[in-house]
Design a protein around this ligand. Sequence first.
Ligand code: ATP
Ligand code: MG
Length: 378
Amino acid sequence: MLKFLVSPGELVLKGRNRGFFERQLDRNLRLALGKSLYRQDRFGSRRLLQVDGKIEEAQSRLRSVFGISRFASVNKADNWDDLKKQLKNILQEKSFRTFAIRAKNKDTKGLSGQKMNERLGNFIGKDFPVKVDLEKPELTIYVDHYPHAFYFHFGWQQGAGGLPVGISGQVLSLFSGGIDSPVAAYLMARRGCRVDLLHFYALDNAESVLASKIKPLFHLLQRYTVSSQLILLPYAPFYQAIRQRPPTGNEVVLFRRFILRAGERLAVKNGYRALVTGDNLSQVASQTLANIVATTETVKMPVFRPLIGFDKKEIIDWARRIGSYELSIRPYQDCCALVQKHAKTRVNLAAITKEEKQLKLEKALTSTLEKTVVVSGN
Ligand code: ATP
Ligand code: MG
C-alpha cells in the first residue's frame, strides 16, 4: 500500500470557510483517486492517503488536484527503533555523500525537531561514510513525528496549487481547442471554479467533433476540472448569415459577439455566473483593446480573461505543463480561420450593431441554440 502525505495550500489561510474548503478538497481527492484510495486520514491540515496501485499513476493523479501545495510519498515507522531500522535498510540502497535531516515534532511529548535531527544525524553518520551538509545536501530526509507514528520521506513534490474545484461556483468557458482557451479553462478551475466548456464547431455535425482533437482535450481538462461538461454548438447558422454579403472586416468581432451572446443565454439558463475566454491583449486582430471592448459590450455577464496579460511563451509553457499543447496544435477546422481574413483592428460599434440587424444574427442565434448538444464526462 502506498502512503502519501498531502499538504493543502491556501486553504490554511481561509478562516471560517476552511471547513468547507477542506471538505471539498477531500471529495475531490476521492474523485481523483477513485477506487484506488483505500483510506484517508487528517493530521491538522495535512492528509495521509493510503493508495493502491502504481506510484507513478497515483502521483500523476495527485498532481491534478487543485488545492494541494505539495505532497510526498512517505513511509511509516511505529517507534524510534522501527524508524532507525527502516532508514538503515533504505539508505543502503541509496548513493549519497552528504545529507541533512529535517525533523519536526508534530505535537508529541517526544524530542524537539532539533534533537531528532541530532540523534538521527549521529545514527546515520555512524553507519554510513557520509557527512552532514545543511546547505546543499545530496540527500534530505524529512521526518515528522506524530503522536501515533513517524512518517519519513526524501522530498516533497510540487502540487497543482490553487483552490479545490467547486468552492468558487460555476463558469462557462469558451473553448476553441486552440492553445489558449484550454489554458484559460484550466486557470479558472485552479481558482476553484467548476468549469464547463462551450465549443462552436465548423465541422458538419457533433459526431465529427467528437472524433477530433476536441474530445481528448476535453478529457484531459477533466482530470483537473473533475466533472465538467462539453457543450457543442454549430457555427453554420452564423456563417450562412455572414456569407450573404461581401466581407467587411467586421466578421471576427461579429463572431465573437455572437458566441458570447450564445454563452450568456446558456449561462443564464443553467446557473453559470460568468463567461471565460482565452483572449490575450493584442495577440491577434480580434484581441485589440478596441475589439475586446466592442465584443464584450454585447453581454451583461462578467467575462473573465485569465490570459489577458501573459506573453505567448508563458501561455505555451502552461499548455505544455498541463499536457494540452500537443493536442491543441493538431490540425482542425477552426471557425475563426473562416472569418479571420482582413480583420479590422478597430471596429466601429455602430456599424457592427447595424450589421447584426441586417444579417438577422438574432435569428441565427436561436437556430444555433436549438442544436445544442451536451457531452458529459464519462
Ligand atoms: P485560442 O488559442 O484559444 O483558439 P486564439 O489565440 O486562436 O485563441 P481567437 O481565435 O481570437 O484567439 O479566440 C479567442 C477566444 O475566443 C478563444 O480563446 C476562445 O475563448 C474563444 N473562441 C474562439 N473560437 C471559438 C470557438 N470555435 N468556440 C468557442 N470559443 C471560441
Ligand atoms: Mg483560435
